[in-house]
Design a protein around this ligand. Structure first.
Ligand code: FAD
Length: 499
C-alpha cells in the first residue's frame, strides 16, 4: 500500500516564513513518516476572473514558492480545477490523512471550506486551519466586543491594545527525506506559466512589482532599514502622485501572503521600541491596524461587499452609467489627475492610497454618482493587492456609505494633485498626450487657449477627451443628493427601532 499523505494547502499564505499551518503539516508528516504534499489549487478559468497583472503576480509568487520549497527538499504541486472538486478527489488518490491550511474570511471560501471539512470528517481526515493572514484572530476581537463589529478605528484599537501578538515562527530550514514525495510522474503539477493561459507576456505592460516571497521579504527589509523614515511616517503627508511610490508597496505581497503581516508588525515594533515615533492612525503601524480593522468588519458583517443586505452600508440611489464607468476605468474622463491615476493602476497594478481616495470619490459621491460596487469590481480586476475586505471597506468609506460620514468633503480633481505636484510630472508620465501642455493648464487643459493646445500638440476633444462632467457644478448637486439619502436612511432606521 502506498504511503499516506499530509497536505498543506497554500491559499493566501504563499510563503514558507511564518507559516504555522505549513509547519504543522511538516511536523505531522515527519512524525508519522507520511508524504508531504504542499499544494495550490488554481481555477483553469482564472484568466477570466482576475486581471492579467494580478495573474502574472500570482504565477511569479507560485514559482518563487516552488523554488523555495525545493530548497527545503520538497516542491509545490499546482493542481488545475475547482477546490471543491479537486480536494475530495485528492483525499482518495493520495490517501490523505491530514490537511493544513489558512483561515479565510471571504464568504464563498468559508462556504467551500465547510463542505470540504464535512467530506474530510466522513473520511477521518484531520483538518487544521490557522489564522495567519491577519495579525489578530478577528473572530476573537469580535467576541471581545460582545459579538459586535467595532465600528470605529479607535474602538478597534482599544479592543486589541492588550492582546498579545505571538512572535512569528522562524524560517524553515529543511524537510526530512522521510516525507519527500517521489518526483517522477509529477510534471502535471508544475507551476503554470502565462502561456498555459494563452497569454503572451510580451503583450503585457512592464512588470513593475515582481511577485513572490523572496522579493516581498527583500522589500520589507529595505523599508525596515529606514528607521527614521518609519518613525516619522505620516500617511496623510505622503504623496499620491510621486513618480516613485511614497509608501512601501508591500500590499501586493501581504494580500497574497508572500509576506506575513505579523512579521511586518514585529519588525515595526522593533524599530519603534524606545524611540519617538508617529502613532496610529497615521503611522506605518497604524496602516497595518487599518487592515485589521477592515478584516474585523468584513468578518462580522453579512454581505460586506454589497450595498443591499449590508447592515453597515447606507443605501444610496446610485445610477448606472456604463459610458461614464468605462471612461473612468480607462482614464478618459477629461480630468488629467483622475486619468493619470487610473492609467497607472491599469498599467502597474498599484496606486497610492490617496490616489485611490481621489478616483473613488470621483466615481461615487464626488462626480459620477456611480455605485461603489462598480468601482470595487474594476479595482478587483486591476489591483495587484486586491483584497476582499480591504477593497469593500475602503470603497464604503470613500463613498461615505459606511465608517466615514463627512460626505461634503469632496476631493477636487484639479486642486488635490497640485498640492504635491505643481508641474504635473505624474500626469505627463501617465497621460503622455498632455506632456507638452504648460504647467498652468496641466490640471485643467480645457482652459488652455487653442493656440497653446496647437503648440502642445494636443487638441482637447481630439487628442484628449473633453471633461465628461463639470466638477464645480456636479459635486454640489451630488452633495444635495447625499443629504437626502442620509435623511431617508435615518428615517428608515428610526422606523425599524423598537418603540
Ligand atoms: P503602506 O502605507 O505602506 O501601508 C502598509 C500596509 O498597511 C499596506 O501594505 C496594507 O496592507 C495596509 N494598509 C495601508 N493602508 C490601508 C488601508 N487604508 N486599509 C487597509 N489596509 C491598509 N488595500 C489592499 O491591500 N487591497 C485592496 O483591495 C484595497 N482596496 C482599496 C480600495 C480603496 C477605494 C481604497 C481607498 C483603499 C484600498 N486599499 C486596499 C487600502 C490602501 O490603499 C492600500 O493598502 C495601500 O495603498 C497599499 O500601499 P502600501 O503597501 O504602500 O501601503
Amino acid at each position: 500500500m502506498a504511503k499516506p499523505t499530509v497536505i498543506h494547502w497554500f491559499r493566501l499564505d504563499l510563503r514558507i516564513h511564518d507559516n504555522l499551518a505549513l509547519r504543522n503539516a511538516i511536523n505531522e508528516a515527519e512524525n508519522r513518516q507520511h508524504f508531504l504534499r504542499p499544494i495550490y489549487v488554481i481555477d483553469p478559468d482564472i484568466k477570466n476572473k482576475i486581471g492579467i497583472n494580478r495573474l502574472r503576480f500570482l504565477i511569479q509568487s507560485l514559482q518563487d514558492l516552488d523554488f523555495n520549497l525545493k530548497k527545503l527538499n520538497s516542491r509545490l504541486y499546482v493542481i488545475k480545477g475547482k477546490a471543491i472538486d479537486i480536494i475530495p478527489k485528492l483525499f482518495d488518490e493520495w490517501q490523505v490523512k491530514y490537511l493544513t491550511t489558512q483561515v479565510d474570511i471571504d464568504p464563498e471560501i468559508v462556504k467551500q471550506d465547510e463542505i470540504i471539512e464535512k467530506i474530510a470528517n466522513e473520511k477521518d481526515i484531520f483538518i487544521v486551519r490557522r489564522v495567519q493572514h491577519t495579525i489578530y484572530d478577528v473572530h476573537s476581537v469580535i467576541r471581545k466586543n460582545n459579538g459586535n463589529v467595532p465600528l470605529t478605528y479607535q474602538k478597534f484599537l482599544s479592543l486589541v491594545q492588550d492582546l498579545q501578538v505571538k512572535s512569528t515562527i522562524d524560517i524553515l530550514k529543511s524537510i526530512s527525506d522521510h516525507c519527500k514525495t517521489p518526483d517522477n510522474c509529477c510534471n502535471d503539477y508544475n507551476v503554470p506559466n502565462l502561456e498555459d493561459f494563452s497569454i503572451d507576456e510580451n503583450t503585457l505592460d512592464l512588470c513593475k512589482y515582481q511577485g513572490g516571497e523572496t522579493v516581498g521579504l527583500k522589500r520589507l527589509h529595505m523599508y525596515i532599514a529606514k528607521k527614521q523614515w518609519i518613525c516619522k511616517f505620516e500617511k496623510p503627508n505622503s504623496s499620491p502622485n510621486s513618480i516613485e511610490p511614497s509608501t512601501t508597496v508591500l500590499s501586493p505581497y501581504i494580500s497574497h501572503g508572500c509576506l506575513s503581516s505579523k512579521l511586518f508588525y514585529h519588525k515595526l515594533k522593533e524599530v519603534e521600541n524606545g524611540v519617538p515615533h508617529t502613532m496610529p492612525p497615521v503611522s506605518l503601524m497604524g496602516q497595518l491596524m487599518w487592515r485589521e480593522f477592515y478584516y474585523t468588519a468584513g468578518t462580522g458583517t453579512e454581505n460586506f461587499d454589497k450595498m443591499v443586505g449590508n447592515s453597515l452600508c447606507t443605501q444610496i440611489p446610485w445610477v448606472k452609467n456604463d459610458v461614464h464607468l468605462k471612461a473612468w476605468a480607462e482614464g478618459q474622463t477629461g480630468y488629467p489627475f483622475v486619468d493619470a491615476i487610473m492609467r497607472q493602476l491599469k498599467q502597474e497594478g498599484w496606486i497610492h492610497h490617496l490616489a485611490r481616495h481621489m478616483v473613488a470619490c470621483f466615481l461615487t459621491r464626488g462626480d459620477l454618482w456611480i455605485s461603489w460596487e462598480d468601482g470595487a469590481k474594476i479595482f478587483q480586476d486591476y489591483l495587484l493587492d486586491y483584497d476582499w475586505s480591504l477593497n469593500a471597506g475602503n470603497w464604503m468609506w470613500l463613498s461615505a456609505s459606511a465608517f466615514f460620514y463627512k460626505y461634503f468633503r469632496v476631493y477636487s480633481p484639479v486642486a488635490f494633485g497640485k498640492k504635491t505636484d505643481k508641474e504635473g510630472l505624474f500626469i505627463r508620465k501617465y497621460v503622455p498626450e498632455l506632456k507638452k501642455i504648460p504647467s498652468e493648464f496641466i490640471y485643467e487643459p480645457w482652459k488652455a487657449p487653442k493656440s497653446v493646445q496647437i503648440t502642445a500638440g494636443c487638441i482637447i476633444g481630439e487628442n484628449y477627451p473633453k471633461r465628461i462632467v463639470d466638477h464645480d457644478k456636479i459635486h454640489k448637486e451630488n452633495m444635495q443628493k447625499m443629504s437626502v439619502a442620509y435623511k431617508v436612511n435615518k428615517e428608515k432606521k428610526s422606523l425599524k427601532r423598537p418603540r
